[in-house]
Design a protein around this ligand. Structure first.
Ligand code: FRU
Length: 433
């Protein structure tokens, strides 16, 4: 880090030299992540559990708003729209991922949400269930990007993940908004060169991810991309250590792995692919924007907000997805760069942007930063009594049922200033406007 900073200062004015220095995938290093610590600026306020759920008959978790192609929040005939992963609320919360269904809600004021229904007929969709994505409206057509997880008709639940697009017509009138005439396409699968395939992962890895497509039009070039959650290519157990994953030379010289063989299995990556046609059905994978080799296993729901000349890249991860050399909370993490595909440095030195309060460490998850600085998330799990849970599996069914939130959490407003962020205030649950 120190070396990069000096080089870019010296080469100020010679932009080609500076960008050559920062070309390619950025690393979230062990040094960066070892600085993760809750501060007043990065800790969310405690959420009082007893607020009204947006849809009591449903568990609601990962949520994304309908946007215009340029990333701004769309208003269609007077309605805002959000899409959410949902499941029946009588289901054990830890089981919800196996049956996730994308539903939508609409609203005139951008905070009181009316349930619209299923986004599309799931029989026609790819996957045995559909996981998170993003949504964009262009020329009156809905482009709903999603993760096709598993395969239709599978006998038991499998975890194959492919990026998919559903395009549909939009109808809005005085009674609400609805979608119809969907076409579904698979738009990207891991190719094994930049992103790990399921086969590469099976050969001795802890988990594999290829999901959460998020559409992005680069305001500097007008080119269209999807970002997604993936893993660095190859079989991690066969990888040799690149010492840059550890951090600066100074830090490297004083660092010893707790368990290097286990640490090398952590290979979270933020992927990017460029659209190669105008209908967004074909994309070409590019080198990852960022990798967290030896640092973290799951960089979920990556997304970008631009401000001035800067790209702010955000992702979510869990406490238990950090490698053995690190201890860090469930949180929203972020990085910034003045280039889309390289040069990302962690925000607030470590990357931490938002964590739950220490005594309520799992109260919210799956944060998404909107272009207006509002951050939505879902109310996850309250009053865990300090227990460390891996995705709720470690708690009794009764405990899961009575402590799962399953609705949008209070919105937070954050300020972005250069490479720092700050929680400014708390707003109504699910407020996007
Ligand atoms: C984040 C997440 C996403 C995935 C979804 C599945 O909460 O793990 O990455 O799409 O949940 O339910």
């Amino acid at each position: 880090l120190l070396t990069t900073a000096i080089v870019s200062t010296l080469s100020f004015g010679f932009s080609s030299a500076a960008s050559a220095e920062t070309a390619g995938t950025s690393n979230w290093t062990i040094e960066d992540a070892s600085k993760i610590e809750r501060t007043d600026d990065t800790t969310a306020p405690y959420i009082e559990p007893d607020f009204e759920k947006m849809a009591p008959e449903l568990h609601v978790w990962d949520t994304w708003p309908l946007r215009e192609k340029d990333g701004s929040i769309a208003k269609v005939n007077g309605y805002y729209v959000i899409f959410s992963l949902t499941a029946d609320s009588d289901l054990l919360p830890g089981k919800r991922h196996d049956v996730a269904t994308i539903r939508y809600f609409y609203s005139k004021d951008g905070k009181s949400w009316e349930l619209g229904g299923k986004a599309f007929d799931t029989k026609q969709a790819y996957g045995s269930r559909q996981w998170a994505g993003s949504a964009m409206i262009e020329d009156g057509k809905l482009n709903l990007f999603y993760t096709a997880t598993g395969r239709k008709g599978e006998e038991s639940v499998t975890y194959e993940q492919r990026l998919a697009l559903a395009t549909g017509d939009v109808e809005a009138n005085g009674k609400g908004i609805s979608f119809s005439n969907f076409d579904h396409s698979i738009i990207l699968e891991p190719e094994g060169k930049y992103y790990q395939t399921e086969e590469q992962a099976e050969a001795g890895d802890i988990a594999y991810t290829f999901r959460d497509p998020w559409f992005f039009e680069d305001p500097k070039t007008g080119k269209d991309y999807i970002l997604f959650e993936g893993n660095s290519a190859g079989t991690p157990s066969e990888r040799t250590l690149d010492r840059a994953y550890i951090g600066s030379e100074d830090f490297q010289s004083s660092f010893d792995f707790v368990n290097e063989d286990f640490a090398k299995l952590f290979n979270g990556a933020i992927g990017i692919a460029e659209a190669t046609n105008d209908s967004y059905t074909e994309f070409e994978a590019m080198e990852p924007l960022l990798e967290a080799n030896y640092v973290n296993q799951e960089l979920e729901r990556p997304h970008i907000v631009t401000k001035g000349n800067q790209y702010y890249l955000f992702t979510n991860t869990h406490e238990h997805k950090f490698g053995p050399d690190l201890s860090a909370p469930d949180g929203l993490y972020g990085f910034s760069s003045d280039q889309l595909t390289s040069g990302y440095e962690p925000l607030n030195d470590s990357g931490l942007v938002l964590a739950n309060p220490e005594n309520h460490a799992y109260q919210a998850y799956s944060w998404m930063v909107l272009p207006n600085g509002k951050v939505i998330s879902f109310y996850n799990f309250h009053d865990l009594d300090g227990k460390n849970i891996a995705d709720l599996g470690g708690t009794s069914p009764e405990y899961q049922m009575s402590h799962f939130g399953g609705t949008l959490a209070p919105t937070l407003k954050i300020a972005l200033q250069n490479d720092r962020t700050k929680v400014v205030n708390e707003q109504a649950p699910g407020k996007i406007k």
